[in-house]
Design a protein around this ligand. Structure first.
Ligand SMILES: [Ca+2]
Length: 190
């Protein structure tokens, strides 16, 4: 049930979120209506289960990791609208409408992608972490031996320090020629 009117965004909240994320007020209101439709219990926050009701997300093989990214800064396993917008801000195209903002810079996009791989949050990607992400992406379509050799080769190619793991610097270097800004952008309607 809940009282829908208490869930309306106030103007100062819109201004604050606009300032923090660079989204336009119009985009913020549209995303807020998406947010409230996912919030089945009308409590102003989302649970992991609420996220799983986004069909595009539920079919993504990296769904768990993506959902996890929304909860990194949450202490109680719930995500409020501002936290939700801060994560989405990383997917704004670099030259989108709205204010300039550092959240959608190349470095922030790379940092976000890096964290998807770094399952134990120790700031490096180990061979096992790489393997488990590869496994999530391809499922059983590729044999374990082939996955092992892909992981091995990726580490050898990316690892500049010879530590057998991929640091954030290695990761950026390996993706130097990749158009991360485009690949990690979502067009949000204005
Ligand atoms: Ca790690």
């Amino acid at each position: 049930m809940g009282n829908k009117s208490s869930l309306l965004l106030r103007e100062e909240e819109i201004a604050q979120i606009q300032d923090e994320t660079g989204f336009t007020p119009n985009q913020i209101e549209r995303l807020y209506s998406r947010f409230t439709s996912l919030d089945r219990s009308d409590c102003g926050t989302l649970s992991r289960d609420d996220f799983l009701r986004i069909p595009e997300l539920a079919i993504n093989p990296l769904c768990d990791r993506i959902v996890h990214a929304f909860f990194v800064e949450s202490s109680d396993d719930r995500v409020n609208f501002r936290q939700f917008m801060t994560v989405l801000a990383r997917f704004r195209p670099p030259k989108s409408s709205g204010k300039r903002n550092k959240l959608n810079s190349r470095t922030e996009k790379l940092r976000f992608a890096f964290k998807m791989y770094d399952l134990d949050d120790d700031d490096s990607i180990s061979r096992d972490e790489l393997l488990s992400i590869l496994h999530m992406m391809v499922g059983d379509n590729i044999s374990q031996d082939q996955l092992n050799s892909i992981a091995e080769r990726t580490i050898v190619e990316a690892d500049q320090m010879g530590q057998g793991t991929i640091s954030f610097e290695d990761f950026c270097k390996a993706l130097e020629r990749t158009d991360v800004e485009q690949k990690m952008s979502i067009r949000f309607l204005n």
